[in-house]
Design a protein around this ligand. Sequence first.
Ligand code: NAD
Length: 263
Amino acid sequence: MKMLFIGAGKMATALATGIVKNELLPVSDLLACDISATARQAFTAATGVRCEAPSQALVTDADVLLLAVKPQLAAAVAAELMPIRPGALVISICAGIGINKLQQWFGTGNIIRVMPNTPLMVGKGASAYALGPDADAAAAALAGRILGALGLARQVDEALLDAVTALSGSGPAYVFEMAKAMAAAGEEAGLPATLSLDLTIQTIAGAAEMLARRLGTPDELRDAVTSPNGTTAAGLTVMAQHEFRAMMRDVVTAARKRSAELG
Ligand code: NAD
């Protein structure tokens, strides 16, 4: 089964790295194409997978096409590279591009639409994927294996992908923003900048690890470190006064609405 990455940027590099490392497909069955010579070189250096300039011949030869260009370029790229091989599977990671549009562009319902996130690059991704009308169980299993090698992967109805985009797609940025705010607050409290950032990062990573190991629910873990009238309670009281939970709800709602508008 020959898989062609269309666009060999950051996300394609992460996905190809996962496929190669986990021996999901032989390197000889993988190929990528990119208009940028710099991207081609970087992709091959990182993955060991050949990367060429885009051409129709490459596309016709592929059983699986993985579309990983920026969303605003996707329609033009699809038009340039059509037609694809009959029966080929199209996997798209382009944010906000619906199965309907992909079906029109590629003339097939054998489609999987994926919403990954950037921690995929460190093997800690959170991805959800939806099947097009003609994608079968084998196609779903392939997507599950590829995405699952790089973190969490769940199949969902396409209608949920705007919410997924708002939560886990954009979510890393919320955590980075929180890290920035925590580190700045630590500095204002008198800590040297580097120490404050180091402590912030380790705190987020440690708390995430406790959650990931299911040592308790978020509520239980929070309560376990909160003594009545203690320091954590003082901090949490301020979070409640500033309506932290309502703010997070608004954050995710705004991102979901935007995702729906873009689609
Ligand atoms: P990127 O800019 O790193 O990579 C895109 C690559 O496509 C570039 O190397 C570019 O040269 C290449 N390209 C442009 N036109 C081309 C053409 N005609 N033919 C072949 N290649 C072409 O982008 P990325 O961050 O890897 O994002 C790729 C996709 O992943 C986007 O659609 C994005 O929506 C999606 N995505 C990204 C994230 C994220 O946080 N980065 C998260 C979820 C989904």
